[in-house]
Design a protein. Structure first.
Length: 201
């Protein structure tokens, strides 16, 4: 599913459920089974009952979202997220935690190790909503990475005097989306101003 498709519908199409992957990590098998049962209609679910197993799955599979408990033996959820981010920062990481761990959670958020956290006891419907928001964030990050890769190629073409492999107008739009003033200046274009918000009457 592309970001444009998701943005248009706001829903996960049936044909995409097997390609959207969720990695669930918890050392308690009962909780792991409950979470898998709750979300397997939305995603292709991978489960791991330790941080080490989660790392192996993450390396071997294409993972889009990660949902992990904080308190696990040998490796906490935040420690796991740090290792996952070093491998691939794009998949969205969500922590399940208790209020006693709030200081660790704040540190993890400040260091960019996770996108969101859910406190225990969690509600299944609320968790589904969080996962849908996480999926939207994943698509945005993926689209941004794609545009950045394209712009790196076009930047190389511009700086080396090569013919652009895309129409100039398409490049200007992409540059404007990422607000790259240097390359916009090379093209003789200006960023499009944001639409002003009407003043309240």
């Amino acid at each position: 599913m592309s970001w444009k498709e998701y943005q248009k519908t706001g829903a996960i199409g049936t044909e995409n459920k097997k390609t959207l992957t969720l990695l669930i990590v918890d050392d308690e098998r009962g909780i792991l089974n409950t979470l898998e049962e709750s979300f397997r209609d939305m995603f292709k679910v991978h489960t791991a009952n330790s941080g080490a197993e989660a790392l192996q799955i993450f390396r071997d599979q294409e993972i889009h979202l990660v949902l992990s408990d904080q308190r696990m033996p040998e490796m906490t959820g935040v420690e796991l997220f740090g290792k996952l981010k070093a491998i691939n920062p794009t998949p969205v990481r969500i922590l399940i935690t208790g209020y006693a761990d709030i200081n660790v959670v704040i540190r993890g958020l400040n260091e960019g190790l996770m996108w969101q956290y859910v406190t225990k006891p969690w509600d299944s419907q609320e968790m589904r909503g969080v996962l849908l928001q996480a999926l939207e964030r994943y698509h945005l990050l993926e689209e941004n990475a794609r545009l950045s890769d394209q712009l790196a190629q076009y930047s190389h073409e511009l700086r080396n005097g090569k013919k652009l492999s895309v129409p100039r107008e398409a490049l200007v739009q992409a540059l404007d989306a990422l607000k790259d003033p240097q390359l916009l200046a090379m093209l003789g274009a200006q960023p499009q101003p944001a639409t002003p918000t009407p003043a309240p009457s």
